[in-house]
Design a protein around this ligand. Structure first.
Ligand SMILES: Cc1ncc(C[n+]2csc(CCOP(=O)(O)OP(=O)(O)O)c2C)c(N)n1
Ligand SMILES: [Mg+2]
Length: 526
C-alpha cells in the first residue's frame, strides 16, 4: 500500500497533469523568484505567455478564458504581483470570467522570519474579488487545491480563484490527484419556468432585456428563437459586457441606459418584462422612482444567486441561461402579436471632420466579416451603438466593471484563444495607456489585431461626467502630446497616425489585410 516517497510524483508534475486534464496548457504570467521551480524543465506541450506586468497577464487570461469558455491559469508573483493584478482581477470577477490564479509565496521554513517577498495574508489580499482562495496547509495538498480552484472558478457565477504556493512545495512528493467531471450548469426550478412560459404566452406586449450571461452561456440561438416566437423587442442590458442578440435583427430595440428613469421610460408600455442573464439593473448614475415599469409583471433568469437576491422586483429563477431559455421554448405558443417598431439608425457620415462616429462607421464598413470588437473607448460607446452594429455571436467584448486597462490585454488573449480570426481593439487614448505594454505581447505573438486609438487628447467621458455634476472645469483630463505611433513602433507594432477620412480608410484597409498587429492613431478634430 505505502510506496516510497521517490516513486510518488512531485507536486509540480501532479499539478501539470491536472492542468493538462483541465485543458489549461496556456499559462499567462509574470514570473518571480518565488515561482521559478513551478516550471523547472518546462514541458513542450505547455505555453507560457508573458505579460509585462501582472495586470496585463490577468487581462490576457481573461480574454483567453472568455474566448475559449474555459478557465485560464495565471501565474503571479507574491503580494506585489497580486497587487498589480488587482484591477483586472476585479474586472474578471465582474465579467464572471473563470481564472485560476497562483501566487508565489516564500519557502515554508523561513515564513516565521518575515522574509523578502513574504505575502503576510496571501489568501486575504485578493478578497472579495476571488470566489475562493487557499494556501494549502501542506505541500502535498497543492494539487487538490488547484483542482478545487478550477472547479470553483468554473461553477456559476464563474470567476477568479487563488492558490498561494510556497516556493519549496514544487519539488516535494505527493499523491497524484485525478481530474473529475464536476457539473457547471444549473437547471432552474421547472414550476417557476412554467409560470414564466404561461405569463409570456398570455402577454399583450412582452419585452426582453438581454445581458452578458446569454453570451457566456452560448444561448445566442435560443434567445433569437424565443424573441421571434413572442415577437418581443430585445434590449441590451445597461453596460452589458458581451453581445447577446444580433443588433441588425428587426426585434433589436437598442441599448438601455444605466440610468433608472431613462431605463424605465424605455421599457414602459409593456405588460411582461423578462430579464435574461443580466442584473436588474446596472446603474451608473443615481436615480429615483420605480426600477421597472409600474404594473408590469417582471421575471428574471440569472446564473448568479446574488443577482437574484437583490433584484428590486419580480420573480427570479437561478438557472443556466441555455437551459432556462431552452425550457421557455418548450412552453405554450403565444397569441399573434403585431411586430414592434424597428430601430431607426442615423444617416451615414462623410468623415469631414473626422469624428469618433465616423471612425466606428468605417470600421463597420471595412472590417472583415465575423471580426471581433474588443472595446474600451468610453465616450465612443454611444457612437458605436449607432454606427457599428454587432451582428454575429461572440464578436463583442468589453469590461463589466468599468475599470480601465482591460481591453488591450484582453484583445491579445482573445486573439490567442481564437486563432485566425481578426480582432479589433477599439481604445480611447486614455484607456490604452493603462496597459500599453500589451502591444509588445501582440507583436511577439504575431497576432492579427488592429488597435484603433480614438485620440481626442482627453478623458472625454470624465469631462461629460463633470457637466453632469455641474463642474465648470474638470481637472486632470487633458492628455495632449502622446505619440501613440511611436509607442507602438518601439514595441514592434506597425503604426500609422491619421487625421483625415481618406487616411483613416486607407489605414484600416492596410491593417485588416495584415497578418500581424497594427495600430492606427486616429486623431480627431476637437
Ligand atoms: C482604472 C480606472 N481609472 C480611472 C477611471 C475613470 N475613467 C473613466 S472614463 C475615463 C477616461 C477614459 O479616457 P479615454 O480612454 O481617452 O476615453 P474618452 O473618455 O476620451 O472617450 C477615466 C479616466 C476608470 N474607469 N478606471
Ligand atoms: Mg480620450
Amino acid at each position: 500500500m505505502t510506496t516510497g516517497a521517490s516513486s510518488l510524483p512531485t507536486v509540480r508534475s501532479a499539478v501539470l497533469s491536472l492542468l493538462r486534464s483541465f485543458g489549461m496548457t496556456t499559462i499567462f504570467g509574470n514570473p518571480g523568484s518565488t515561482e521559478l521551480p513551478m516550471f523547472r524543465e518546462f514541458p513542450a506541450d505547455l505555453r507560457y505567455v508573458l505579460g509585462l506586468q501582472e495586470s496585463l497577464a490577468v487581462g490576457m487570461a481573461d480574454g483567453y478564458a472568455q474566448a475559449t469558455r474555459n478557465a485560464a491559469l495565471v501565474n503571479l508573483h507574491s503580494a506585489v504581483g497580486v497587487g498589480h493584478a488587482m484591477g483586472n482581477i476585479f474586472t474578471a470577477f465582474r465579467n464572471q470570467t473563470p481564472l485560476v490564479l497562483t501566487a508565489g509565496q516564500q519557502a515554508r521554513s523561513i515564513l516565521p522570519f518575515e522574509p523578502f517577498l513574504f505575502s503576510v495574508q496571501a489568501t486575504e489580499l485578493p478578497k472579495p474579488y476571488v470566489k475562493w482562495s487557499c494556501e494549502p496547509a501542506r505541500a502535498q495538498d497543492v494539487p487538490a487545491a488547484i483542482a478545487r480552484a478550477y472547479y470553483v472558478a468554473m461553477q456559476a457565477p464563474r470567476g477568479p480563484t487563488l492558490v498561494s504556493i510556497p516556493v519549496d512545495d514544487w519539488d516535494r512528493n505527493c499523491e497524484p490527484v485525478a481530474a473529475r467531471k464536476v457539473s457547471t450548469a444549473v437547471s432552474g426550478d421547472p414550476a417557476l419556468l412554467a409560470e414564466i412560459s404561461r405569463a409570456l404566452a398570455s402577454a399583450e406586449r412582452p419585452v426582453f432585456v438581454a445581458g452578458a450571461a446569454v453570451a457566456r452561456d452560448d444561448a445566442w440561438d435560443e434567445l433569437i428563437r424565443l424573441a421571434e416566437r413572442h415577437n418581443a423587442p430585445v434590449w441590451a442590458s445597461p453596460h452589458s459586457a458581451r453581445n447577446s442578440f444580433p443588433e441588425d435583427h428587426s426585434l433589436f430595440a437598442g441599448f438601455l441606459a444605466p440610468d433608472r428613469e431613462k431605463l424605465v421610460r424605455s421599457l414602459s408600455g409593456h405588460d411582461v418584462l423578462l430579464v435574461l442573464g443580466a442584473p436588474m439593473f446596472t446603474y451608473h448614475v443615481e436615480g429615483f422612482g420605480p426600477h421597472v415599469p409600474p404594473g408590469a409583471q417582471v421575471y428574471q433568469l440569472t446564473d448568479d444567486p446574488a443577482v437574484a437576491s437583490w433584484a428590486p422586483a419580480g420573480t427570479s429563477v437561478v438557472t443556466s441561461l441555455k437551459l432556462g431559455i431552452g425550457h421557455l421554448l418548450e412552453g405554450e405558443m403565444p397569441r399573434q402579436r403585431p411586430a414592434p417598431p424597428r430601430l431607426i439608425r442615423p444617416p451615414r457620415l462623410t468623415g469631414s471632420p473626422l469624428t469618433d462616429s465616423y471612425v466606428v462607421q468605417q470600421i463597420a464598413a471595412l472590417r472583415p466579416k465575423g471580426s471581433i470588437i474588443v472595446e474600451e473607448a468610453p465616450s465612443t460607446r454611444g457612437p458605436m451603438h449607432d454606427y457599428l452594429p454587432i451582428v454575429a455571436r461572440d464578436t463583442f467584448y468589453t469590461c463589466a466593471s468599468g475599470g480601465l486597462g482591460h481591453a488591450l490585454p484582453a484583445a491579445v488573449g482573445i486573439a490567442l484563444g481564437r486563432p485566425g480570426e481578426r480582432v479589433i481593439a477599439l481604445l480611447g487614448d486614455g484607456s490604452s495607456m493603462y496597459s500599453i505594454q500589451g502591444l509588445w505581447s501582440a507583436a511577439q505573438l504575431k497576432l492579427p489585431i488592429t488597435f484603433v486609438i480614438v485620440n481626442n487628447a482627453r478623458y472625454e467621458a470624465l469631462r461629460s461626467f463633470g457637466r453632469h455634476f455641474g463642474l465648470e472645469k474638470t481637472e486632470g483630463t487633458d492628455l495632449a502630446g502622446i505619440d501613440f505611433s511611436g509607442i507602438a513602433r518601439a514595441q514592434g507594432v506597425k503604426a500609422e497616425r491619421v487625421s483625415t477620412a481618406a487616411g483613416l480608410d486607407q489605414a484600416l484597409q492596410t491593417a485588416f489585410a495584415l497578418n500581424q498587429p497594427m495600430l492606427i492613431d486616429a486623431v480627431l478634430v476637437d
